[in-house]
Design a protein around this ligand. Structure first.
Ligand code: T4K
Length: 396
């Protein structure tokens, strides 16, 4: 019998206040303006701009399309240097934009682009650096932007996980040529589906604003090849309500992160992501590395053992992008080139983390991890026995 009767997922959406949602939806119907840069869209852009203290916010239908449009708006050619330790969206956006991903290794503790690997890998054909602020940890902005400046190429960031994070006191969103946020249902700030490109570059913003709306400049001119990447009014309403609660959500995640950190620190073989000094995380993800030699079980075994108790963890980001079948023919698809990426992808596990999660449940999850470690060999043989006759369960 599993410890929890209902699954505890890796995340759950933060839901909008129902009464407020219905009031705004009612107003939306009265306005009869559902999309194409409407009233609520403008209000959300304005509030985000003021909140993040950034010059421009371009709301998008999702983060992936935003990143794709950003790569197109930069009018790049050749290769884009990025990481394989990320969600498929990052590397696919590069490929879909007609560019070749050039994959670099990450640092073993913080999981962002490793600067020495960037220096070793970058070539004259590299037209952009695309860092990922993975799990809300800021890339080494200073080093990456110095490399970008010396080569005369833009540096941009997939900051899908980093909304409300700060670096040296400044909100993420203000670094590099532009940064992308995801506002997907699984993110701490959510519009159900959605995202944004934020930038202080007015020329880049103006190009993006046309690309996101079919390349249309005005009623009688189309300036380039664009698509429909706009956010609708319904999604913007979700965002406006979510923004009102963001302080409470951050406070709750900070409390839960402290409980996890205190409890997990004493379990042999478990280490936490090392957040860059000066970076203030939003604690959206609770990610651990499982070191098999000390823990007694592999990451995959811990994942399977927790699932038996209905704790549904996720192996983000396994497999890393260089192991996808669609990239197998590319030059970077050689495991030996990305040793740290391989190690982190094999060890990393994301534990349940969301504002509606009870502190007491976090304590129980930590008790379970601790008990599994203490009885590692017994757990390993039980898992082995049941592996043969268990139907695969949905990994959600
Ligand atoms: N770059 C990076 C670094 C990213 O991580 C992402 C997205 C992107 C770019 C692209 O941004 P978007 O285009 O999505 O805006 C989820 C999210 O769908 C994805 O947005 C996110 N990263 C990724 C890290 O997580 P999956 O495939 O793991 O989703 P799924 O459906 O398995 O959901 C995860 C858990 O959330 C489930 O265990 C249950 C829970 N859940 C999910 C949904 C959708 C709910 O409780 N309710 C829900 O409505 O990708």
């Amino acid at each position: 019998k599993p410890f929890f009767n209902e699954p505890l997922y890796v995340t759950r959406p933060n839901l909008p206040d129902k009464a407020r949602l219905f009031v705004l939806l009612d107003d939306l119907l009265k306005r009869r303006w559902l999309t194409n840069f409407g009233h609520y869209h403008s209000e959300l852009e304005e509030r985000l701009r003021a909140h993040l203290k950034v010059r421009h916010v371009l709301l998008c239908c999702n983060g992936t399309v935003g990143l794709f449009l950003l790569l197109r708006a930069l009018e790049l050619r050749g290769k884009v240097l990025t990481t394989a330790f990320t969600f498929p969206a990052t590397v696919h956006a590069v490929t879909m934009a007609g560019l070749e991903p050039l994959l670099c290794d990450i640092d073993l503790e913080g999981y962002t682009l490793d600067i020495e690997s960037v220096k070793r890998t970058i070539t004259a054909a590299t037209s952009c650096i695309l860092g990922v602020d993975v799990f809300g940890n800021a890339c080494d902005y200073t080093a990456l932007e110095s490399i970008g400046r010396s080569r005369g190429i833009p540096v941009i960031y997939d900051s899908a996980h980093a909304f409300m994070c700060r670096y040296q006191g400044t909100f993420i969103g203000n670094f590099g040529a532009a940064q992308m946020f995801s506002f997907h249902a699984t993110k701490l700030f959510s519009t159900a589906e959605g995202g944004a490109i934020v930038t202080n570059d007015t020329g880049l913003y103006n190009r993006l604003r046309q690309l996101i709306n079919f390349g249309i400049r005005d009623e009688e001119s189309v300036t380039g090849v664009g698509l429909n990447g706009k956010m609708s009014e319904v999604h913007a309403i979700f965002g406006l309500i979510a923004l009102d609660n963001i302080g409470d959500i951050l406070a709750k995640l900070t409390t839960l992160a402290a409980v996890y950190a205190r409890r997990l620190a004493v379990i042999p073989g478990i280490t936490m992501q090392k957040i860059r000094p000066g970076c203030q995380s939003n604690h959206q993800y609770m990610t651990i590395q499982v070191r098999e030699e000390e823990f007694g079980l592999s990451r995959d075994q811990l994942h399977a053992a927790l699932k038996r108790d209905n704790v549904v963890t996720r192996k983000y980001f396994y497999p890393a992008a260089h192991n996808y079948a669609c990239y197998a023919q590319l030059p970077f698809a050689r495991r030996a080139v990305l040793p740290n990426t391989e190690t982190v992808a094999a060890r990393n596990l994301c534990l349940p983390m969301y504002a509606a999660l009870a502190e007491a449940d976090v304590e129980v999850i930590c008790d379970l991890v601790s008990a599994i470690q203490a009885r590692a060999s017994e757990v390993a043989s039980k898992l082995k026995k049941t592996a043969g006759n268990q139907r695969p369960r949905e990994d959600r």
